[in-house]
Design a protein around this ligand. Structure first.
Ligand code: 5GP
Length: 201
């Protein structure tokens, strides 16, 4: 059996990566990864579904125990991807897809170069600003911070394998699905299956 593929999705806040990831996971049955965070749960978020919510002390304990595939500080909170479930799924032939910030992509690529990194971006910065404003939760200051963070994130484009411009959600979801299909059809990801075919009587 071939190992599963690891897809990591990143991009600026407001680009729509969360929505896209949720839809792709719903459509494909690809395995998500539930991150651990020290930030407080938002209205409607469920422990173990959206995140594992932990105190900073518990989080540091997990770092010390080597529980994370990667960990990063994003907007004054810690976020990390638990290592064991990701590798367990990949070993069992399941593809995995999850969202991380750009630092997370860098750490994952370092530890697991086969990871396929997808950057989700709005068609332009004006649209990004409009979407952030529409959330209604950003102050002028935090808006500025997020927009300049977005430029910094995009300038790291070379470590990504794909970029999807999220103008409308449905076509953007389809593009991510197409990327997944293309990666799954690579010869190198099908060698076990091809060899089994060749042995068929
Ligand atoms: P939020 O607090 O809005 O859920 O997420 C804030 C940021 O943290 C987003 O950019 C999201 O991609 C990133 N993030 C969520 N989980 C992880 C993770 O496990 N690792 C890293 N590096 N970033 C994460």
């Amino acid at each position: 059996m071939n190992k599963g593929l690891l897809f990591v999705v990143s991009g600026p806040s407001g680009a729509g990566k969360g929505t896209i990831c949720t839809k792709v996971i719903e459509t494909t049955g690809i395995k998500p990864s539930v991150s651990v965070t020290t930030r407080a749960p938002r209205e409607g978020e469920v422990e173990g579904v959206n995140y594992f919510f932990r105190t900073e002390e518990q989080y540091q304990q997990m770092i010390a125990s080597g529980d994370f595939l990667e960990t990063a500080e994003v907007y004054n909170n810690y976020y990390g991807t638990p290592k064991a479930p990701v590798f367990e799924n990949l070993k069992n032939g399941y593809d995995v897809l999850f969202e991380v910030d750009v630092h997370g992509v860098k750490s994952i690529k370092k530890k697991y170069p086969e990871a396929i990194a997808i950057f989700i971006m709005t068609p332009d910065f004006k649209t990004l600003e409009k979407r952030l404003r529409a959330r209604g939760s950003e102050t002028e200051d935090s808006l500025k911070t997020r927009l300049s963070a977005a430029r910094r994130e995009l300038s790291e484009y070379k470590m990504f394998d794909y970029i999807v411009f999220n103008d409308k959600v449905e076509p953007a979801v389809q593009e991510v699905l197409d990327i997944i299909t293309a990666e799954k059809r690579r010869i190198k990801n099908n060698e076990d299956r091809i060899k089994a075919l060749l042995e068929e009587k």
